[in-house]
Each structure stands twice: as C-alpha cells, then as structure tokens.
Design a protein around this ligand. Structure first.
Ligand SMILES: Cc1ncc(COP(=O)(O)O)c(C=O)c1O
Length: 397
C-alpha cells in the first residue's frame, strides 16, 4: 500500500528524544528541555488583536489561493523596507508556514535525478523534502572551525551537471551561524559559473540576528534573482509558530508553478492568520526587538556557560536561538552504568534518561559531532540545564 515516495522519507530523528522526555514527564520526573524549535514568547498583542478583529468581522472564507492581495502587498513592502528587494505581489505565494513554501518549491523545481546541495548541519526537513520530490540530496559537511559555513571551494566541488539547486539557510537552524556579505558574495561568484543551479534562500530567522544586519544573498548578488526562491515566514521573528504562515518570493513563472501545486493540495493559509500576518508587517517591530534582546542575553549566558565546560567547544553564533557545541570529546566514553556513548544520539539519550535534560543530537542534522541546544527557554531553565549538563558530562569516563 505504501508508495516508494513515502518509503524514501525518514521519520524525524528528534522523535525518540522528545518521546523519552514526554514519558519521563508523565512519570513525574523533572525534565528540562532545550529541544524546542520555537520562541517561548507569545505572539505580540497587536497581531492577536488583528486576528480577533478578522474573526469578529466575519473574515471566514477562502481567500485567494496565493494569499490576500493585502497580505502580499504588505510582504512586498516589507521586502523593500527591510531587505531592499523589489518583488511585485504577483511574485509572492503565501503558504501554511515556511515549511510548505520549501516543500512546494521542491515539488515545483526538482525532477527525478536532480541533485540538491545541502550544507551540513542542515535543518532536518531539507533532505527529506528533496526525497519526497524525487531528487537526490547532496550533503556537504561544513566544519566547526569555519562555524559550520560552506566555503566556495566546497560548493564548487559539490556541483555536478545534475545539480538543480542549493539550499542556503542563514541564520541557520541548527547552528545559529550567519553568512557574512563577503561569504555570500564568494558563494555567488561560484554560482555565477553554473547558471543551471537555482538558490533556495531560507531566511526565516532573519529578525533574530544579534551583531550585524541580516544579509540575503540577493543583497550581494542581485543578478541571481532570476534563479532564487526567497523563503520567509512569521513563525520565528513574531513568535507565531502555531499560526502557520509563511511565504516565498520568486520569479513569476516559478511562483505560478508553486501556486498551481498549492491550489490542488491545500489552497491558501488560514484567512485569520493572513490578517495577523498583515498586522505583523504593517505594525512596528518593537516586540520583535524585545524578543531579539532577550535571545541575545540568553545566548551570551549559554555560550559562556558552555565554554566553561572542559571538553565542549562552542562558538558564539550570531543568529537564531540555537547553540551547537562540538561534543566529540565525549564520544567513546562510558556512562556510570557501563553504556558506551558511541554517538551524539547516545549522548542525548544518556542526558535525558540519567539527568532529565532534553537536547537534540547532531545526528538528526547530519553532524555526528554536534548537539543542538535551544535557548528559547527561561533563564532559570537555562541555568538548570547547564547544571545538569555539567554533572552529566563529568560522570562520563
Ligand atoms: C530553517 C527553518 N526553515 C523553515 C522552518 C519552517 O517554519 P514554519 O513552517 O513554522 O514557518 C523552520 C522551523 O523550524 C526552520 O527552522
């Protein structure tokens, strides 16, 4: 009964840890979780009010398949205001989360045999989306020493005549790393010699950058616009994960192709969420800034705390709300009950089972030497998590 396509998809590797965390919590154990991929804030009030108004005004029907003209205009204005990018609303497709914009983009772009380059560590869904579309994910392992950024040489080496696209994610989930303008330009220079390679630029963490301004590859290489799909959404910057609202901006023929798929698969996102999204982009960004400041304080705390643990290596990421320390020092060690820690998955299983700390193993993101800790948690939780992590790692011999 099950198609080859469905068989080619792996279930989320993070499930085992979160299932364990849930089970322990149910048993009354104390669990601290740094495994969340979402802000721990509530959606700003003015955005909620716009949604409530939409409900009370009877804005309950289907909207245009690609999103309301008003929302797409507000996205177009935002892309101009924040990113200095010029997109007509007709080039924008609003989706049920950025996840759907990415998945439908793969379906609209990738044919059987096409390769899609994915720098590792990657967001868990990228390779699976390529698989669903019938393509071949080509992962490129980046190094801790280079803050997990792909070099131009690595990109050049990975490109073949079958390469259809490259996935870029800056700021990155899971590492929080951001590419600088110069680094993006160097990648763009490589892409200039390979006109068949399209670019999927996932900028969903755009509003969570701490030192410099967010930079898109299109800011440094506007000539790539005709083969770039810009992905963004409201989940992370506005704490709106449950509202399921994202979008893509792309050359019109590509936006039309995605819109066709969307029209047959899901139709537009929720009408209420679209009104909320419009308020998010039309309103001021004070709440976004407050959340960013709060994330920055927590980042500074957690990076300092991790750096003080012997054996862990951790660079200070400049965006998103994750740290991704190198845990390789602990691979091959033995836990007090005699189990060998052979992988990052073993390490995370040990930490949750013996110390009630939930983190996501680097294995889930294609990087065996890493572990993702989300600092979208209260300072109290972060302090407790660090205490547990220190004890847990000290107990390994
Ligand atoms: C890198 C990245 N892209 C896209 C998404 C999808 O976000 P959403 O579908 O909530 O808009 C996420 C969510 O975790 C993410 O981390």
């Amino acid at each position: 009964m099950i198609s080859k396509r469905a068989q080619a998809v792996s279930p989320s590797e993070t499930l085992a840890i979160s299932a364990k965390a849930k089970e322990l919590t149910r048993q009354g154990e104390s669990v601290v979780s740094l495994s969340a991929g979402e802000p721990d804030f509530e959606t700003p009030q003015h955005i909620c009010e716009a949604a409530i108004k939409a409900i009370n005004d009877g804005f309950h029907g289907y909207t245009m398949n690609t999103g309301t003209p008003e929302l797409r205009q507000s996205i177009s204005d935002k892309l101009q205001r924040d990113n200095q990018l010029n997109y007509d609303p007709s080039q924008i497709v609003c989706t049920n989360g950025a996840k759907q914009a990415l998945g439908f983009s793969m379906l609209a772009m990738v044919d059987e045999g096409d390769e899609v380059i994915i720098p590792t560590p990657y967001w868990v869904s990228y390779p699976q989306m390529v698989n669903v579309a019938g393509g071949t994910p080509v992962t490129v392992r980046t190094s801790f020493e280079n803050n997990y950024r792909m070099t131009p040489e690595q990109l050049e080496d990975a490109i073949t005549e079958n390469t259809k696209a490259i996935m870029l994610c800056s700021p990155s989930n899971p590492t929080g790393t951001c590419y600088s303008a110069d680094e993006l330009k160097a990648l763009a220079d490589v892409l200039a010699d390979h006109p068949q390679v399209n670019i999927i630029s996932d900028e969903i963490y755009e509003y969570i950058v701490f030192e410099d301004e967010h930079v898109s590859i299109l800011n440094v290489a506007p000539e790539l616009k005709e083969r770039t799909v810009l992905i963004n959404g409201f989940s992370k910057g506005f704490a709106m994960t449950g509202w399921r609202l994202g979008y893509l901006a792309a050359p019109k023929p590509f936006a039309d192709a995605v819109a066709k798929i969307q029209s047959q698969e899901t139709s537009a996102p929720s009408s209420i969420s679209q009104k909320a999204g419009e308020a998010a982009y039309r309103g001021d960004l004070n709440a976004v800034e407050n959340m960013r400041n709060s994330f920055k304080k927590r980042r500074d705390y957690i990076v300092d705390a991790l750096s003080s643990i012997d054996g862990l290596k951790c660079f200070k990421p400049s965006g998103a709300f994750y740290v991704f320390p190198d845990i390789s020092h602990y691979l091959g060690t033995t836990s007090p009950n005699g189990d060998t820690i052979e992988s990052s998955t073993d390490l995370c299983m040990y930490l949750i089972e013996e110390h009630g700390l939930a983190a996501v193993p680097g294995d889930a993101f294609g990087e065996p030497n890493g572990m993702r800790l989300s600092y979208a948690s209260s300072m109290d939780d972060l302090q407790e998590a660090i205490k547990r992590l220190k004890t847990g790692l000290q107990d390994l011999a």
